[in-house]
Design a protein. Structure first.
Length: 246
């Protein structure tokens, strides 16, 4: 691809250098130039499109999860998934063309699904970080894994296709499912168990402090209302008429 782009640019530069041609400047053209033009700009377009998708992921998770650290950890998992997909594509011999770039952009939307649910559920749990991670995987882990398996089963038959587009589609979906689940169910829980933020309901220390304050308030109310209640009962007893003996 790089040699084709260099040849195309060299032909155009050579034609532009000819200024004394009768009839004006010459323009080189071949049908292959349309493909070579794609090779020339595809890397820039890939970085731009993928970067915008990742930025959208960060903004949306920041708004929906409503905690910067958890949103950042989810974003890191999605980013590392995309980087790993690119590395596996290189090892697999897949070229960076329009088909693979489209699938890479789709992979951003698919991989965020595996991490965002885990991060959001973690924020709903209470207890220590390790207890919350165990509870999160018990609540949402099976659902995330079933979603990944169903996605893989939906594209599994494309592995038998002889079409380049369908084969690239299967390979990128396969990498997205495997690497997305690995980062969402293995890496993200490990990070949350070490540096995970406090729950929406507060940390265990905050909950204990709230319980102590509630108990203290209840004791003060009991201390204030106890004598009043006893006084009212004594007054009620004194005011009740008794029957005269016969």
């Amino acid at each position: 691809a790089d040699q084709a782009v260099a040849a195309m640019d060299g032909l155009r530069a050579a034609c532009d250098a000819q200024t004394e041609l009768p009839g004006g400047r010459c323009v080189p053209y071949t049908r292959d130039f349309s493909t070579w033009e794609t090779f020339k700009i595809i890397k820039q377009e890939m970085l731009l499109s993928t970067g915008l998708c990742l930025l959208a992921v960060l903004i949306i998770t920041m708004a929906l999860i409503a905690h910067p650290l958890t949103s950042l950890l989810v974003f890191v998992c999605v980013l590392m998934t995309i980087v790993d997909i690119l590395g596996c594509m290189h090892m697999w011999g897949l070229a960076i063309d329009s088909v693979s770039v489209i699938q890479l952009v789709i992979a951003v939307g698919l991989s965020v699904d595996y991490a965002a649910h885990v991060g959001h559920n973690f924020m709903l749990q209470t207890g220590t970080r390790q207890e919350r991670v165990v509870a999160t995987l018990g609540d949402i882990g099976a659902a995330v894994l079933c979603g990944a398996i169903s996605t893989f089963l939906g594209v599994m038959l494309l592995a038998l296709s002889k079409s380049y587009v369908f084969r690239v589609l299967f390979q990128t979906f396969f990498l997205t499912v495997i690497l997305g689940v690995a980062h969402g169910l293995l890496l993200l829980p490990a990070l949350l168990s070490v540096i995970g933020p406090a729950s929406y309901k507060g940390s265990p220390a905050d909950e204990l402090q709230k319980a102590k304050q509630s108990a203290k308030v209840a004791a003060l109310e009991e201390a204030e209302t106890g004598p009043r209640h006893a006084a009212l009962q004594s007054l009620a007893g004194a005011g009740t008429p008794t029957a005269a003996p016969r």
